[in-house]
Design a binder for this molecule. Structure first.
Ligand code: 4HQ
Length: 273
């Protein structure tokens, strides 16, 4: 059951490194997912390979022309007429875990990435099955949203995550945020790991983790907690939390101002150790 993604973009190079590292890279090697970038500019027919034009009616910016996009989509549809075609746009339906799960049941997706002021409206009318937004902010193009979507969808494909890890068990599946995690050392500059995690008492550990997940969710995402299916025990644990059994004062860490890399040099710098 492998899944194929065709990404229609003017900037195919943006995708290579992000999708070839780590878990997604392994999934590609294993043949669980197949990703192909399609350069929309290759589907122009004019000498200057023009992909955009000024908007009818005037106004700022440029609009992506319909014909190159139409030809690019049709070049994929000749192979698979039933491919599901998604356009990434702030005007789409909000992306979330349920939508990622549903898309993972499709064998083949086209992801259309817009630039500038977006695509000619006739692209939407004629070719797009679903419009999706990754959040209420404005990006410079649909490429990062397409990568976000591929990442979240791929995690639902059997074999992509390790055998001891199911996407269904992650946070949001049950509308609770994850409990705090710790690893060695036990004592980092006087900041110690909660003793219960070293106790070897598995029921005590489960209880502590459940309470901390409930605490986090009630502090940071009360909207999620309202959707969670809470047991009687959960309600009791939440009661303990709300009575202030040590509140999570790290809920909102301040932004680390002054930690930005120095300006200057063009390009991305890789910090030398
Ligand atoms: N853009 N979620 C503008 C987004 C976006 C988002 C993609 C920028 C489309 C034309 N896409 N282009 N947020 O901001 O999906």
């Amino acid at each position: 059951m492998r899944m194929r993604f065709d990404i229609l973009t003017l900037f195919p190079n943006m995708f290579f490194s992000p999708l070839q590292e780590s878990i997604l890279g392994k999934a590609i090697e294993k043949g669980l997912i197949q990703i192909q970038t399609v350069n929309i500019r290759h589907f122009t027919l004019d000498k200057h390979r023009v992909v955009d034009d000024i908007p009818y009616g005037g106004g700022q910016g440029m609009v992506m022309k319909v014909e190159p996009i139409a030809r690019a989509i049709e070049s994929i549809k000749v192979e698979n007429p039933s491919v599901w075609t998604v356009y990434l746009t702030p005007q789409g339906k909000p992306f979330h875990q349920d939508l990622a799960r549903r898309l993972s049941t499709q064998p083949h997706l086209i992801l259309l990435c817009g630039r500038y002021e977006g695509v000619d409206e006739r692209v939407r009318e004629l070719f797009i099955d679903e419009e999706i937004s990754i959040g209420d902010y404005v990006l410079t193009g649909g490429e990062l949203p397409a990568m976000v979507l591929i990442d979240a969808v791929s995690r639902f494909i059997p074999g992509v995550l390790g055998s001891d890890h199911s996407a269904e068990e992650d946070s949001f599946f049950n509308f609770l945020l994850e409990y705090p995690q710790f690893t060695r050392p036990f004592d980092f500059k006087g900041n110690c790991v909660p003793e219960v995690l070293l106790s070897g008492n598995h029921s005590a550990i489960s209880l502590w983790r459940r309470r901390e997940a409930l605490r986090r969710t009630s502090l940071r995402r009360p909207d999620l907690l309202a959707k969670a299916n809470l047991s009687e025990e959960d309600k009791r644990l939440l009661g303990e939390v709300l009575q202030g059994k040590s509140i999570d004062d790290r809920a909102y860490l301040p932004d680390r101002q002054g930690m930005r890399p120095p300006a200057g040099q063009a390009g991305i710098k890789d910090k030398k150790k």
